[in-house]
Structure formats: C-alpha cells, structure tokens
Design a protein around this ligand. Sequence first.
Ligand code: AMP
Length: 404
Amino acid sequence: MTFENLSIIPQIREALNKKGYLNPTPIQEKAIPFILEGKDVFGCAQTGTGKTAAFALPILQLFHAKQLTKKTPGIKALILAPTRELAIQIGESFTDYGTNINIKHTVIFGGVSQGNQTRALQQGVDILIATPGRLMDLMNQGFVKLHTIEFFVLDEVDRMLDMGFIRDIQKIITKLPVKRQTVFFSATVPPEIKKLANGLLTNPVSVQVAAVSAPAEAVKQSMYFVEKQDKKDLLKLVLEKENINHALVFMRTKHGANKLVKDLVKFGVSAEAIHGNKSQSARQKALEGFKNRTIKLLIATDIASRGIDVDKLTHVINYELPEVAETYIHRIGRTGRAGEGGTAISFCASEEKGYWKDILKLVGNVVIVETTPKFSNTRPVAADEPERKRNFSNNRRFSGKRKF
Ligand code: AMP
C-alpha cells in the first residue's frame, strides 16, 4: 500500500517523501479513505501509530481541493488536543505535511501569554489546533468564532476526559455547526467515551489498530526488581551497561522527577525534567534539548509526556511504575514507533508490586532481570509471581557478583 493508492495528492506525497514516510501505517490505511469520502470516523489508536497524519493528511487535502474552487473566510477545521505538547506537535505535523499547499494553521494553548496567538487568529487561519482551556478563554474574549467549522477533530479523548476537560468540550461542541465532519480518536474506550462519541458522530465508521491491551510488538521489555533507594544506582549501571545515550524516563510525580534530575546531574548525566509545574518555555527548552540530543535523559510525568513525539527514540525507562496499567502501554509506546524497534526498561520496588501485577495482566514478553545481592531482597517479588514461569524467560545478566 502506498500514499498514492490512498489517493493522496502529489504535493502532499512529496512532503511525506521528505519526511521519509514510505508507506501509510495501518491506521492511516484504514482511516484516510473514509475521511476523504466525508465520513465521520471513530478511531481507536494509541499514540505512536501515526494517527496524527491519519487525520491531518485528508484534512489538508480536502481543504486544498475546496480552496481551489472557492476560498471562504473563517476557521474551517478545529482540532482539540489535551496538552500543549501534543497541540504543538500536531501543529508541526500540519506544517510538515502542508509545506507545498497554501493552508494556514495556528496552535493555541495555555500557560503562555495570548498576544501571539490572538495576532495569528486575527490574520485568519483555516485550521485551528487548540487545547480546550485556552480555546474557551479566547472564545469568551471573542477572538475565536466556530460557526464556520466544517471539520472537527477530538484527539486523545480519553486523556482529555482524564484531565477534566469534559465541561469545556461540551461547551465548545454547542458552538459548532451541526453540519460538519467529525473525527474522534481515543486510545481507550470506556463507557463515557462511547457515550460522548455517540452524541457527536453521525453514522461513524470505526477504525481500530492494536487494542490498548496489546503493546507494540516491536518493543523489547524488561523488568528489574530493585528497592526504591537503590534505583538511582541501578539506573546509572543500566545506562552504562546497555550503552544508552538517549532515553525518556518516567516518574509518577513532579517532585520525584525534580529529585531524580538532581541525582543524575550529580552522577554527571545530563537530564532535564518535564512536568506541569514547569513553565511552558522551560518545558519547550527541555524537549528541544532532548530532541537535539544535548540532553541525554528527559524525566517526565505521565501527563506532561503525553504527546511527546521524538523521532527514533530507542529507550523508555519506567523508573517508577504507573498506577494505572494502561499507562504502562502508553509509556512504552513512545519507543518502537512506526515499525522501528525499541527497548522499555522498568524498575519495580516492593511497594510497586501491585502495579506490576496489573501490568502483567496486559503484557507479555517481559524479560525479568534479577539484580545484585545488594538488591537481593527484591528477588522474592519476582519469584512470587505465578505468571513468571508461564510467560517469562529469566535473565541473570546482573545477578551475582557485580558490585556497584
Ligand atoms: P503519531 O501516532 O501521530 O504520534 O505518530 C507517531 C510517529 O510516527 C511520528 O513520529 C510520526 O512522524 C511517525 N509517522 C507517522 N506516519 C508515518 C508513516 N506513514 N511512516 C513513517 N513514520 C510515520
């Protein structure tokens, strides 16, 4: 299957070539034809599957075609995303894919002053990418009018509900024309998401790739059992042993992320934290530093990390296990993207054993790594797991004599 087979126009195909996209991903293959036909789409796909291009390409193509016949004023497409990082990345995707066509877009999000955003809006945009809070704010001030919207995308809806945006979303929806095309993406589909989708979509086509219970096959997973106080030493050892020069490291709390950065810097490892307490400019700076590899480790909390899209990310490290097992799948989905291999390394302390059990119910193929005698009191955690014998091979690379 090629983008030409999907009827993507040459101007966009040329931009995709430049990005090195040779073939559509499964979600693109499934969703693009329906969106081009004008159908509403309910997409169940995780981040990392190529879902952004699955809606961005047909939107650009449809508007390009319309613009050739008649250019109308006003915002024609609204894309709602849960976090600023994701919104910015969607904006970057539109810039990349639309480089050869004349469709204007802008991104609005909170945490920064609104001046640049309102100026961009006043100059006129075809496509608006927004986080719900800032959008509501600018709508209330009269900078954004949604009555011209023809196309509405809700991205990562489960995350938006998690973050408490349901009221904002409902208010925004009341301002949209009833006659429009709607695309809805969510990684998970709990009942409240189904209900929201039913109220929003008209005769939708459902497209789905890899359920959330199926982590990316391409990701090699390993789980180290280690006491909390020994995690930083183990991290240092793993970075050296596995020759890891670039990794996204997950923490449960902002405080934990800050503390780990301090410890790593003491070890001489370049690291920055990215989380909700950091200013927007500090977050962008950390992300840029990580992307251009001046920073070796980006230490992230789950909310801040959502949507972080780093090309060719080889390693994800779960320094702390997430409380919700599905979050583990989202985390490790940051690597092994678009068919490339990746490695996920996780550390489990005794107090995280409950989280590990939940994760085990969702994933397989995890290599259990026993650690040195210094960590030996964590061994029973692994040995107690009845699933271990059935599902896992044992890896004793770090067992025994090594001192660190
Ligand atoms: P997303 O799920 O939209 O966050 O995309 C995941 C990653 O896959 C991003 O880094 C995209 O740039 C990349 N990507 C999207 N579509 C393709 C494609 N057809 N071929 C190769 N990479 C892609």
